[in-house]
Design a protein around this ligand. Structure first.
Ligand code: SAM
Ligand code: SF4
Length: 346
């Protein structure tokens, strides 16, 4: 079983971000964690969870919150974790401390995902991040002392990006002690501040996806999903999700899916704290699940069960070298073409 835990607090809101996260809500942190504990206890019991294979603590900014808040939660979770359970914490570079890392490591954390986004101060400013280049080097010095399984997030396709500047971003990333990198093309979501302004000039005119992929692959970081690259240690949590494993979500705005029901927690602090186990349910059909597995499968190395695909059209895409078949599964040759392939074959 995969478990996602959402921590909806940040020290400042980035212009591009549409994830549910709040600023200036420090007074809500203690009640939020009390609610989260109730949610976790209920969820584990309700779904009769016997084993947890991965936990992803995401946000928001999990390291905005004092590590003491995680103690009680992990006291309940750890007895259910498998010996090789992957426990990831997302974090921002400006808020890292030795004490915080030592404490979450003691609770079982064994993987960090650090939101760098860029090594250029002007681009960080454009993205409305609060950290600077100097914070990044300092963050890695601290982090690597405690946990050596580290992933780094970058954002590309911003108006300030050029091939030269992107090369500098990637070279700088690879000088750090990481074994995984997530590189996301900037999306302007309507629920973000950038989306509010409808300012699409913030995106670059040309896409750097292929440049990023080729550079990383030439440096032994294999692309295993559109936005994810690993030297070693692919993210087990994401792989499980793309494979269609059932997953549970706790915390405000979290999403979970068990069999044919998807569960949505409210994206509202007050509502969540008042009723932490409340969920909206979406009932899925087997067709819905198959459709999702086709889309997620082609975007990643998971691939798609051959029998789910239109067999006549499949031969065309194989003949055109867009896909290949192996052991009754079909894989995209180029993950960037996954959506078009999926639409054609679903
Ligand atoms: C929701 S954030 C949480 C992690 C952490 N608070 C941070 O800012 O690094 C997870 C990652 O999603 C990516 N992301 C969020 N919004 C995005 C957007 N609109 N376009 C591209 N990437 C985005 C960023 O790379 C970010 O590191
Ligand atoms: S990108 Fe991260 S730090 Fe920025 S607002 Fe979103 S969750 Fe918070």
């Amino acid at each position: 079983m995969l478990l996602y835990i959402h921590i909806p607090f940040c020290d400042s809101k980035c212009g591009y971000c549409a994830f549910f996260s709040q600023v200036n809500k420090e007074d809500m942190i203690t009640p939020y964690f009390q609610a989260l504990l109730k949610d976790i206890k209920y969820t584990l019991q309700h779904f009769n969870v016997k084993q947890i294979t991965s936990i992803f603590v995401g946000g928001g900014t999990p390291n905005f919150v004092d590590s003491k808040h995680y103690i009680e939660i992990f006291r309940h979770l750890l007895p259910l974790c498998t010996s090789d359970c992957e426990i990831t914490f997302e974090m921002n570079p400006n808020l890292l401390s030795h004490t915080w890392l030592e404490e979450i490591k003691n609770l079982g954390a064994n993987r960090l995902s650090i939101g760098v986004q860029s090594f250029h101060n002007d681009k960080l400013q454009m993205l409305e991040r609060v950290h600077t280049y100097d914070d990044i080097a300092r963050a890695f010095d601290i982090a690597y002392n405690h946990i050596n399984n580290i992933s780094l997030d970058l954002i590309y396709d911003c108006k300030l990006d050029t091939q030269e500047r992107m090369q500098y971003e990637l070279e700088s990333a690879l000088k750090l002690p990481i074994n995984h990198l997530s590189a996301y093309s900037l999306s302007i979501d309507s629920h973000s501040r950038f989306g509010d302004r409808q300012d699409h000039t913030l995106q670059s005119k040309e896409s750097f996806g292929i440049f990023v992929r080729d550079f990383l692959q030439n440096n032994n970081f294999k692309q295993y999903e559109v936005s994810n690259f690993a030297r070693v240690n692919k993210c087990k949590h994401n792989l499980g999700y793309w494979r269609g494993d059932i997953y549970l979500g706790v915390g405000a705005s979290s999403v979970g899916r068990v069999d044919l029901i998807r569960y949505f927690a409210p994206a509202n602090l007050e509502q969540y704290i008042a009723n932490p186990t409340q969920r909206k349910k979406e009932y899925l059909s087997l067709n819905d699940l198959h459709f999702e597995s086709i889309f997620m499968g082609f975007r990643s190395e998971i691939g798609v069960e051959k029998k789910l695909l239109n067999q006549t059209k499949l031969q065309y895409v194989i003949d055109d070298n867009l896909c290949y078949e192996y052991n009754d599964r079909v894989y995209a040759n180029d993950f960037f073409l996954a959506d078009s392939i999926a639409l054609y074959l679903a």
